[in-house]
Design a protein around this ligand. Structure first.
Ligand code: SF4
Length: 286
């Protein structure tokens, strides 16, 4: 059994930089992380151990008790920012610059008179940050969500982690359902996401089994898993090496390895080592 790693995978610079900033913070017990900094239980556990307080993503309406509030890489709306500042909170901002680009694109479309359509997951923390500042908007998760809309100008953007192939299908559905509307598309899928998806696409024809490492609640990890399943591969989603089972790889010859953007390098390497151990065991049993 051969293990083939994707050329690009794992933690993106946006999440890495946000984590690096937490390392520099003194007195973490005085800081509330406003939502999940990363959708990764190992990392969240370490932050808790260091003393950071955490507001769950569903509980962000409640004002944190701490003096400082850390904005995650997913960003927040200007409205939310103003609410926190008016309440006297000191903001530690780790918003990814590529998320800021999505906000700017949405605002630009609105300023130009477009009804804004966000291709992404309704309720996702990044998407909430984008739409909370808009007057006229909707979120579509897939082509089945697309309907004829009563607007002459439709501006389309994507959550930064939407696969480009998915965005193309949804955009085609918007065009089809709104044939007379003026459409403008701004590509806001981030570069690390594109690189990871391209790396997975080139891996798919060369493997019979795929292992995806990442949090079970990580949206982009789930999309990698779905792509593997759609491609007809035996696909396994694990959070860490301990979840791997040797019996999953009966008959597997070429196993691809990829990971979501919130996965630590050490977790990927541990899964890689565990897969190689399973491969060695299989070959010695022959
Ligand atoms: S996935 Fe992209 S947009 Fe999101 S934090 Fe990472 S680099 Fe930034």
């Amino acid at each position: 059994m051969k293990i083939i790693r994707a050329d690009a995978m794992g933690m993106c610079f946006g999440v890495r930089d946000a984590l690096a900033l937490t390392e520099e913070l003194e007195a973490p017990e005085g800081v509330t992380i406003h939502g999940e900094l990363v959708h990764n239980e190992v990392v969240l556990g370490r932050l808790r151990e260091r003393g950071f307080r955490m507001a769950s993503e569903d509980d962000r309406d409640r004002l944190p008790d701490s003096e400082a509030v850390l904005i995650t890489a997913h960003g927040i709306s200007e409205r939310e920012r103003a609410r926190l500042v008016e309440a006297g909170k000191r903001l530690v901002d780790t918003t990814c610059p590529l998320v800021e680009r999505v906000h700017a694109a949405a605002q630009g479309l609105q300023d130009d008179g477009f009804h804004v359509i966000v291709i992404g997951q309704l309720g996702h923390v990044e998407v909430r940050g984008i739409v909370e500042d808009l007057e006229s908007w909707e979120v579509v998760g897939g082509p089945d969500d697309v309907t004829p809309l009563p607007y002459d100008r439709l501006g389309v953007i994507c959550q930064s982690t939407v696969p480009e192939s998915e965005a193309r299908v949804v955009f085609a559905a918007i065009e089809r359902e709104n044939p007379t509307a003026e459409l403008r598309y701004v590509d806001t899928v981030c570069k690390p996401t594109k690189e990871r998806q391209a790396a997975l696409e080139s891996l798919l024809p060369n493997i019979d089994t795929l292992v995806v490492v990442g949090g079970h609640n990580s949206n982009n990890t789930r999309k990698l898993v779905r792509r593997g399943t759609e491609a007809g591969l035996r696909t396994w989603h694990v959070q860490d090496a301990a979840e791997l089972e040797a019996s999953w790889f009966e008959g597997s010859e070429r196993v691809g390895l990829t990971a979501g953007t919130s996965t630590l390098q050490e977790t990927i390497d541990a899964v890689d080592r565990a897969l190689r151990a399973i491969a060695a065991e299989k070959s010695s049993a022959r």
